[in-house]
Ligand binder design. Structure first.
Ligand SMILES: Cc1cc2nc3c(=O)[nH]c(=O)nc-3n(C[C@H](O)[C@H](O)[C@H](O)COP(=O)(O)OP(=O)(O)OC[C@H]3O[C@@H](n4cnc5c(N)ncnc54)[C@H](O)[C@@H]3O)c2cc1C
Length: 476
């Protein structure tokens, strides 16, 4: 019998798991994919928003503004790259200028500080490549950029190191309520019994909710498509740059990533299928043209990848964080659309406060280690590199030349708590395959290392999902 079962190992489930692992509780995280951070958390703009955008008096506004200042400490504890490079919303005419003034006022109402309305010259000083037609911008200095995948991996790793269990490849298919506990069943898996359930299932949160409680919301999938540009384009901008928002949301933006690439996107297409993550020439083209309005010199000639992420738009408009009406002990962390990443630490604390009110006893553990250490070999000071090389000469063998990743880094990614078992899981942890060649050179080598370290054949090593075979057998 568990105290708490968390369904979904995205950033929402990750923060809750880590927070709850501070207490004397038996916790399990259930995730249908072969790794953590495989849902919306792996495909978004990776921005920690300042908090001026959500409408006043919504949960989104409150939790975004509460969470933003928490990221410095969290990222320091979890060794996750995070940079407060500020964001700009650019205006081109009087109407848009009035709109950014409204955003500024909304930011003040939401309690956001360090915002400023910039004129044309100040804007150009900050962003020399901005469209010369831009007349001004709203600057929010507290906005930043992060690696959401590494953040979630570190959260779950830290939770696991503090006693939480993680069950991957466990697709929840049913939840039934017994007297004072729930029985969760999973596809081809053993049932799990738990006193509390947290539904953090992203685009499937309505499906999970309906297994345990009366249906009262729907998740409407909305896809966003992106280009990733090579690091050679990395200096074209300094801040996150948005156009003036419209009825479809924050619009197509351009942002640096914490690893030195540039992201262009996202498009906004409403879909029926929450797993339809293909990219399309038509919408990518719209993205490219949209970004050119902000930075005319940007080109997609140096695009190294395109990808799509799925927004979990709730039909209620706001985040749905509550004990489900009529089902005591079952909690929704649902409808976590943007700014869900930015709000996630505060959302977790809010949810846990609701659970406590509902009867969950929170007794601090005597020992809780909040820290994760995950420096790559070449990020370490020379003295540490020398020591590591003595302990394991594989730190001296470069496997990924684009990102300068050593075999020692890859071994570390495989053997850490909640370690990598697929090619993409290694990529998310230490970046082989993220560079210009996109794994063309290092992919087979990483596959060989995974097979050797996990005691499997090459054919058994998947790209990411179950049955995503890379090799199916010998031809010669
Ligand atoms: C295009 C786009 C851009 C965005 N940009 C930003 C941004 O810049 N800043 C920001 O703050 N937010 C942004 N967001 C929003 C942010 O990405 C999300 O709010 C956040 O990632 C949601 O995390 P989550 O953990 O709730 O969901 P997810 O990451 O989707 O996690 C849910 C998990 O549940 C698992 N699951 C589902 N069903 C089951 C089941 N039956 N059994 C077991 N497991 C299951 C899934 O596999 C998944 O891993 C953006 C979103 C999109 C799509």
């Amino acid at each position: 019998m568990y105290d708490v079962a968390i369904i979904g190992a995205g950033v929402s489930g990750g923060f809750v798991a880590r927070e709850l692992s501070r207490y004397n509780l038996k916790i399990i995280v259930l995730e249908k994919e072969t790794d953590v951070s495989c849902g919306t958390t792996k495909a978004n703009s990776a921005i920690i928003h300042a908090g001026y955008d959500p409408e006043e008096n919504t949960l989104m506004a409150r939790l975004n503004s509460e969470a933003n200042p928490m990221f410095d400490r969290i990222c320091e504890e979890l060794d996750v790259p995070f940079k407060r490079n500020g964001s700009l919303v650019v205006a081109y005419d009087e109407q848009q200028k009035a709109h950014i003034e409204t955003l500024y006022q909304r930011g003040l109402n939401n309690g956001i500080d360090k915002m400023k309305l910039l004129g044309r010259n100040e804007l150009r000083k900050r962003e020399p490549n901005i469209n010369p037609d831009a007349t001004g911008a709203l600057l929010a200095e507290t906005a930043g950029i992060i690696d959401p995948m590494l953040l979630t991996i570190s959260l779950i790793e830290n939770a696991v190191a503090n006693g939480c269990e993680l069950k991957l490849s466990y697709t929840v298919t049913g939840i039934s309520k017994k007297d004072n506990f729930f029985r969760i069943s999973g596809e081809g898996e053993q049932d799990i019994e738990t006193r509390y359930v947290i539904n953090a299932a992203g685009v499937f949160a309505d499906v999970i909710h309906n297994m345990a409680a009366a249906p009262d919301f729907r998740i409407l999938p909305r896809r966003g498509q992106y280009f990733v540009l090579d690091k050679s384009e990395g200096s074209i901008i300094n801040s996150v740059i948005f156009p003036c928002p419209d009825k479809d949301g924050k619009g197509i933006l351009i942002t640096p990533t914490v690893h030195g690439n540039i992201l262009l996107g996202p498009s906004s297409d409403n879909l029926e299928d929450p797993e339809d993550l293909i990219t399309t020439a038509e919408l990518l083209d719209k993205t490219r043209l949209g970004v050119r309005k902000l930075i005319p010199s940007v080109t997609t000639r140096n695009s190294i990848r395109t990808f799509a992420g799925m927004r979990a738009q709730p039909d209620t408009g706001d985040f749905i964080i509550r004990e489900a009406p009529g089902t005591k002990g079952f909690f929704d962390l649902a409808g976590i659309k943007s700014p869900g990443l930015s709000a996630a630490p505060a959302s977790a604390l809010y949810l846990i406060s609701l659970m406590e009110k509902s009867g969950l006893e929170l007794k601090q553990k005597e020992v809780f280690n909040p820290r994760v250490e995950r420096k790559l070999f070449l990020e370490r000071p020379e003295i540490e590199q020398k020591k590591l090389l003595k302990e394991n000469p594989l730190y001296g063998r470069i496997v990924c030349r684009c990102e300068s990743i050593t075999e020692g880094d890859i071994l570390d990614a495989i053997h850490r708590p909640a370690g990598a078992m697929t090619l993409d899981a290694v990529k998310r942890r230490c970046r082989p395959g993220m560079g210009r060649c996109q794994g063309g050179f290092c992919g087979p080598k990483v596959q060989e290392i995974l097979a050797r370290e996990l005691g499997r054949s090459w054919e058994e090593i998947m790209l990411e999902k179950k049955h995503s075979y890379i090799l199916t057998g010998r031809t010669k």
